[in-house]
Design a protein around this ligand. Sequence first.
Ligand code: PLP
Length: 387
Amino acid sequence: MSTRIVYADNAATTQLSDTAFDEMTPYFKEFYGNPSAAHSYGAKAKTAVENSRKRIATDLGAQSNELFFTSGGTESDNWALYSALNIPFVKGHHIITTRIEHSAIFRAAKSLEEQGCDITYLPVDRYGQISPAQLAAAIRSDTALVSIMLANNEIGTILPIMDLCNVAHKKHVRFHTDAVQAVGHIPVNVKELGVDMLSISAHKFRGPKGIGALYIKNGCPLPPLLIGGGQEKHKRSGTENVPAIVGMAAALDEAVSNMDRNMNNITIMRDRLIKEVLSSVPDSQLTGDPHHRLPGTASFVFGSLKLAPLVAKLSEVGICASSGSACSSGSTELSRALAESLNTSAPEQYGALRLTLNECNTTEDVDYIVGHLPEVIAKLRTSRFGL
Ligand code: PLP
């Protein structure tokens, strides 16, 4: 086992930022009041929640009253999608989404299908892209909702959400985007995008785990997902996770104020990683869109090399990478994004090696990865495990 660890799995989760940690710490033991309580401790917690809401809303170009705290990306996605069943003025129960969505949308769509919804799963091109014309052709008179992710968690492709949203709105269809992999990494402004709903998750941008939000544009009616004590304007009941909310706001503020510098540095590291891997590993292929991609995402297929042994061998030399789905790396579920974008039915190609960098990585990390990966792959290719 290596003593050096290079963490290159930042699409799965990130290290909590020091700023977020410091800001959230007092809310565990010192200011532990319930924000709904009518005393000074309650008021302190309530103020922290509302200040955090304001900070996050500002970072996203939203208004404070358009932001609802949830337990993370999965809950936000589920909430947005299930709304299609229940919206008072919907025209029907036809939903359009894509074949490369995260399971929080994809499986929720499957469950809605079982409940009688008609779902169109748009295919993507070899770069993982969907065109506005493709979406326009799929919209029907009974379409209630379109849900298309802003950036893919496996191949890193950034989709043209502003244009896609325009198409949906021209036909008076509501638009949700899963922006979990994008927020904190590339500029995201809800008003510029024009979306009606947008999901975020703090642990993807160096905030704590188990906290996220759903942006719901003013005037976009949405039934509550959780019913109880009436928190979040009766839309999402449950005592607020005050430290996590504070941590999310601190992490997002930090990510947004350092975004230009981080994007620049991370893109330079990612591009070098891609270049060196493609040139030093025979039969290697980059997945996703070569131009419209997340700054930190590099994802490769290596011919018919199996990915699980590769990830295990890399871990032995201290490199934390992943194959398959972003937040369920241990999952045996085959990658829809890869199968779609690589247009292959060969099972061995359903997995890709995903290396995801962020501002915690250094050029030495990239040196270390490119120094070890070719050898690890060469060894696997000559052993029975890689076959
Ligand atoms: N959507 C995308 C694109 C993701 O990558 C993830 C997690 O990897 C989620 C949703 C789920 O977010 P959470 O882990 O906060 O539930």
